[in-house]
Design a protein around this ligand. Structure first.
Ligand SMILES: [Zn+2]
Ligand SMILES: [Zn+2]
Length: 213
């Protein structure tokens, strides 16, 4: 099995967790043994979030999607944003807040759970009023945390340790864009994302009654 960053290997990860005897969990209470908490920080693309959410639902999995209110790449208050939240919830996923420090824009769209976007160490693990900070104890523990940052697993792809049941529990952070768009490197994946984004923006222009003849 090759550890690519694509939807096929994302499904392998889900299968590996199931083979290891894990069940899916969220951030309601302290992590229990045997739980895998799937977490997605949606930095760039609602379309990618939905594609990953669909793939998980097909595999019988659910996760927590952290969506931004202050993204320069997408608008959660747009029709597309509202439809994304509705669809993710309908598929059985949780919707939480990917916040840009120091702003916490929690409202009725979100469960009271926050992940900071690109946090600095000074505030990364600090408590947040009336919300869970996913990078604080008990949800964060360095030995029970893996992330796909910039298309690179710092401690190796977790599919084998998951299949062997080696973690007593795990918070697994993945970024949908990395898995949904093609590319052997982060640069290539971002080029694929930009190609898709250009096509989507052309469609927005058409819908805006812009003459593209
Ligand atoms: Zn792997
Ligand atoms: Zn982020």
């Amino acid at each position: 099995m090759s550890c690519g960053f694509d939807l096929a290997h994302y499904r392998d990860l889900l299968d590996a967790a199931a083979a290891g005897g894990y069940r899916w969990g969220g951030f309601e209470g302290a992590p229990e043994p045997g739980v895998v908490i799937l977490r997605h920080d949606v930095d760039l693309s609602l379309e990618a979030a939905l594609a990953l959410g669909d793939a998980e639902a097909e595999a019988g999995a659910w996760s927590t999607f952290f969506l931004m209110t202050r993204s320069v790449f997408y608008n959660l208050a747009s029709g597309e944003g509202e439809r994304t939240i509705d669809r993710l919830r309908a598929l059985g996923h949780r919707v939480a807040h990917h916040a840009v420090w120091p702003h916490v824009d929690l409202d009725e769209r979100f469960d009271p759970v926050v992940a900071w976007h690109n946090p600095d160490p000074e505030y990364m693990r600090e408590p947040i009023e009336a919300a869970v900070n996913v990078m604080s104890a008990p949800w964060f523990d360095p030995g029970r945390y893996r992330s796909d940052s910039n298309q690179h697993w710092r401690s190796g792809c977790p599919h084998e340790p998951l299949a062997r049941g080696e973690f007593d529990w795990l918070q697994l952070l993945t970024h949908p864009e990395i898995w949904v768009y093609d590319g052997a490197t982060m640069r290539e994946t971002m080029e694929s994302f930009l190609d898709a984004d250009r096509a989507a923006r052309l469609e927005h222009l058409r819908n805006d009654r812009i003459d593209l003849s």
